[in-house]
Every structure is written in structure tokens, then in C-alpha cells.
Design a protein around this ligand. Structure first.
Ligand code: HEC
Length: 141
């Protein structure tokens, strides 16, 4: 009994520590922290000229466009967001992202998780737009 109580208290303490830690941290800044990850690791396969998985990650509007397999990003719910889940799959999984090349580092995965948790804020227009190496059409923004 005592050990269960101790474990519960430890878990509560941990949860509290995690929560208060998150509260201390400034919210994730899409332009400074998330955009470079997408530009570097995702947009090459997810732009208007290469719509793998029916997903274009060049702008908020495009990323939230309707897909036949459901939304990729569910603001506030990383555990229901394929955008986050595909990053946590074992590399051998067919759905693991990025589909080729290096896995994305754990700290970037948790940054993305936190960004979705905080509502997946992504500015419209130029600021939030990620150009593909092969020019994307302006009208798509
Ligand atoms: C080398 C090309 C490539 C890169 C780089 C890449 N993807 Fe993908 N992505 C794909 C392909 C191919 C699919 C379709 C896979 C399928 O449905 O079986 C896909 C599908 C997806 C899907 C939809 C999965 C579904 O079940 O609907 C998400 C979400 C996704 N990618 C996110 C990302 C993210 C986030 C990154 C960057 C970290 C990324 N991808 C980088 C090729 C890539």
C-alpha cells in the first residue's frame, strides 16, 4: 500500500513538474522554430508539385486542406495529429516520416508536439509560407 502511495505521489510530482515547466516556457514560435524544420525536412515531398499523402506543407491554408484520410493536424491534440504521429513511428514503418533520409531529432519532435498542443498557430501570408525548391505557385498561398 505504502509503495503504491509513494508511486502515485511521485507520478503526481512528476506531472506537476512537467506542467509547471511547460508554463514557464514561452509558446512555440512557428516562424522561428517550426518553419525551419518543415523547410528542411518535409516540404521537399509535401509541396504543390509533389503532393505525397495528399499533403502540402507550404502554408497553413494548404496544410489544413481536406484530405481523404482525415486532417493531418488537429490543433490542441497532437495524439490525434498524423503530422506528429508519423514522426514517432519506428523507422521501418511504411508511414514513418520523413519517408527517406535522417530521422528527425527527438527535441524537434517534442517541439512539434508542443506546437500542436498549443493550438498549431501558423501565420497566413508570406510570413508563414515555405517556398519549395521548385517554385510554388503564389496563388496557392
Ligand atoms: C522523401 C519524401 C518525404 C519526406 C521528406 C516527408 N514525407 Fe511525409 N509523406 C511522403 C509519402 C510518400 C507519403 C504517403 C505515405 C502513405 O500514405 O503511405 C507521406 C505522407 C505523410 C503524411 C500523411 C500520412 C497519412 O497517413 O495520411 C503526413 C502527416 C506526413 N507525410 C508528414 C511529413 C512530415 C511532418 C515530414 C517532415 C518531418 C515529412 N512528411 C517528410 C513522403 C515524404
Amino acid at each position: 500500500m505504502k509503495s503504491i502511495l509513494t508511486a502515485t505521489l511521485a507520478a503526481l510530482g512528476l506531472a506537476f513538474a512537467t506542467a509547471s515547466h511547460a508554463a514557464d516556457e514561452p509558446p512555440v514560435d512557428f516562424v522561428k522554430q517550426i518553419k525551419p524544420i518543415l523547410a528542411e525536412r518535409c516540404v521537399e515531398c509535401h509541396h504543390s508539385g509533389a503532393l505525397f499523402g495528399e499533403l502540402n506543407l507550404q502554408s497553413r491554408k494548404l496544410a489544413f486542406q481536406k484530405r481523404s484520410t482525415g486532417p493531418a493536424i488537429v490543433p490542441g491534440a497532437p495524439e490525434r495529429s498524423l503530422f506528429h504521429l508519423v514522426l514517432t513511428l519506428p523507422p521501418k514503418d511504411r508511414k514513418a516520416m520523413p519517408a527517406t533520409g535522417h530521422r528527425i531529432p527527438k527535441d524537434e519532435v517534442s517541439l512539434i508536439r508542443r506546437w500542436i498542443q498549443e493550438g498549431a498557430k501558423w501565420p497566413n501570408g508570406e510570413e508563414g509560407f515555405i517556398p519549395a525548391k521548385k517554385a510554388a505557385k503564389e496563388k496557392d498561398v
